[in-house]
Design a protein around this ligand. Structure first.
Ligand code: NAI
Length: 306
């Protein structure tokens, strides 16, 4: 059965071009009414203009879909609230939020300025927080919400010259991890996309042959899956060039050390056991770590763990 979004209202930030444009167009093709948000401007966040968002709206309408353009800066909560209000005034609900807007200010940590660092955090992390916050009560009241945050391999694994971007991109995973817990009883699901795509953001950084394979169209299906009725939850889908994978944060089973070995030397001596991937798992919530650690200690100390 084909996945559709009839009756659903979606906001896609930064959808004037690149990945966001493709997400917005595909959602509209499958029945969603879409707010095409884009501040315009350059890849480093300078400049601005509403033409890009309007052009995508025109494209959606020409294909028989419904969309409105919005020029909010996601880093500005007042503008974001007005954007959500625009969707509510027009369609009365917001079911889907795809946090996609982003910029780059790449520099090595040594050379980069704190102002650039803060700007990148503001757009990616606070932009995602702002948009999610402005939709959250609406989704709770509807008992329905599907949210995607856009992370990056740079945040998950690191990339030279991207401390600011990587920090912001892993920040949105932290946001997701707790939102899923707070949204669960309201049927709000939150997932993350780690894309790799040929857009203006990566132009010149990827060899031409690979760039041609890395089309946004090969990434968007992962977003569409994550905002569908039967979406997964708290899942990081990596997507690019038609290949899809899942990234996970895992913890090794670890080892409990007797008191006399709870020293840096003891940790060095038992490093193989502490870091062994055997038995590693993905905790569902933070408290599981405490339960595991104290459980191991009780076992090691011979305390009855009832
Ligand atoms: P892009 O530069 O083509 O599109 C980003 C869009 O966001 C632009 O249209 C821009 O005007 C808009 N935007 C920037 N700041 C904004 C703001 N403050 N408010 C509203 N709109 C704003 O970039 P691309 O490649 O399509 O990236 C989309 C998302 O995917 C970004 O979050 C990016 O960090 C992420 N990403 C992209 C990867 C890639 O390989 N292209 C890799 C990993 C993550």
């Amino acid at each position: 059965m084909s996945i559709r979004y009839d009756g659903k209202v979606a906001i896609v930030t930064g959808s004037g071009q690149g990945l966001g444009r493709c997400h917005a167009i595909e959602l509209a093709k499958r029945g969603a009414r879409v707010v095409v948000n884009d501040l315009g401007g350059n890849v480093d966040g300078s400049g601005g203009g509403s033409e890009a968002a309007q052009a995508v709206v025109a494209e959606i309408e020409a294909a028989g879909g419904e969309a409105i353009a919005n020029g909010a800066n996601v880093a500005d909560y007042g503008q974001v609230e007005a954007m959500v209000q625009q969707a509510m005034d027009k369609w009365g609900r917001v079911d889907i939020l795809v946090n996609n807007a982003g910029i780059l200010r790449d520099k090595s940590f040594a050379k980069g300025s704190l102002d650039d660092f803060k700007l990148v955090l503001d757009v990616h992390l606070m932009g995602t927080v702002n948009c999610t916050k402005a939709c959250w009560d609406i989704m709770r009241e509807q008992s329905y919400g599907r949210i995607v945050v856009t992370t990056s391999s740079s945040g998950l694994y690191g990339n030279f010259g991207q401390t600011n971007y990587g920090s912001a991109k892993l920040g949105v995973i932290g946001l997701m991890n707790t939102l899923v817990q707070e949204g669960a009883k309201y049927n709000i699901r939150v997932n993350a996309l780690a894309p790799t795509a040929g857009t203006r953001m990566t132009e010149g950084l990827i060899p031409e042959e690979a760039f041609a394979l890395l089309t946004p169209e090969t990434v968007t299906p992962a977003v569409l899956y994550m905002v569908s009725e039967d979406a997964p939850n708290k899942t990081i889908i990596c997507a690019g060039a038609g290949a899809y994978a899942v990234a996970k944060i895992v913890e090794t089973d670890g080892a409990w050390l007797p008191p006399e070995e709870q020293t840096p030397e003891g940790i060095a001596a038992h490093w193989d056991a502490i870091s062994s991937p055997e038995g590693e798992r993905q905790p569902e919530a933070g408290f599981e770590q405490t339960v595991k650690m104290t459980g191991k200690a009780m076992e090691g100390l011979g305390i009855d763990n009832k």
